[in-house]
Write a protein that binds this ligand. Sequence first.
Ligand SMILES: Cc1cc2nc3c(=O)[nH]c(=O)nc-3n(C[C@H](O)[C@H](O)[C@H](O)COP(=O)(O)OP(=O)(O)OC[C@H]3O[C@@H](n4cnc5c(N)ncnc54)[C@H](O)[C@@H]3O)c2cc1C
Length: 225
Amino acid sequence: MTTLDFTGKTKLTLRPVEVASNREISPGIFVLTFRRDFSFIPGQVLAVAMKPDRQYRFYSIASGMQEQEIRLLFDLKPGGELTPQLAALQPGDSFYVSAPAGNFYGTAKPAVWLAAGTGIAPFISMWRSGLRRDKLLVHSGRFLHSFYFEEDFFPLGKNYIRCCTREQGDGVYHGRINQWIIEQKKLPDNRRYYLCGSAEMVVDTRDALIEKGVSYENIIAEIYF
Ligand SMILES: Cc1cc2nc3c(=O)[nH]c(=O)nc-3n(C[C@H](O)[C@H](O)[C@H](O)COP(=O)(O)OP(=O)(O)OC[C@H]3O[C@@H](n4cnc5c(N)ncnc54)[C@H](O)[C@@H]3O)c2cc1C
C-alpha cells in the first residue's frame, strides 16, 4: 500500500485489484473491469496506476452503484504513460486503484448532461444507478462508433442527442456540441448542466451555455486533463 498526495490536501491510498475483463469496444476505446468491494457515489473517480510507486491517472467509474463490477472506460493515448499499459492488461493481471474520490455527483433532480468522448463515463454511472428522471443527455463524438453505451441511453428517446463531428448518420446531429447548443431555440431552465470532457470541450460548451442564458451557477464541470 502506498499513500499519494491528492490535490495536496487529501491522502489517497492505492491498493491492488485483479482484472476481470478488458475489452476494446470501439477502435482505441477500452472497458476495463474488476470486482467491486466498495461503495461510491455516481460521478466519482478512481486514481489508477500500474504499480503503487508509478504515475497515476484519474478515471470516472462507469458502473451503477449496485453492479458487481467496477467499470472504467478509457481511450488509448498512443505514447501515453498509463493507457498503453492499461490496454494491454489481461484477466487475472493486477493494477492499483484508490478509494473513490471527487465531487461531480449525480442527483435525482432534473439535469442536462453534456459529455464528449469518454466523458460519458460518469453519466453511465448515474444512469445505471437509477438517476434517470427528467434528464437530457447530449453526447459528442468524432465518429458514429464514438457513442459508447448508446444502447443504455436509447430509452431517453428525443432526450438523447448524439453530436458527431466527422461523420453523418441517421438521427445524429452533425457538428460540435457547442453548435448544437447555439442552434437550440430554448434550453431547459432552472436545472443544473453537468459537463464532462476535455478542457477545450468544457470551455466551449460553458461559453455556449452562458450565451444561451444559462446561469454560471448552474454549470458544473468535470475536466479530463
Ligand atoms: C477527474 C478526471 C477523470 C478522468 N476520467 C477519465 C475517464 O473516465 N476516461 C478517460 O479516458 N480519461 C479520463 N481522464 C483522463 C486520464 O486521467 C488521463 O489523463 C488519460 O487517460 C491519459 O493517460 P496517459 O497516461 O496514457 O497519457 P499521458 O501520458 O497523459 O499523455 C497524453 C498524450 O499526450 C502525449 N504527451 C505526453 N507527454 C508529452 C509531451 N511532453 N509532449 C507532447 N506530447 C506528450 C502522449 O503521447 C499522449 O498522446 C480523467 C481525468 C481526470 C482529471
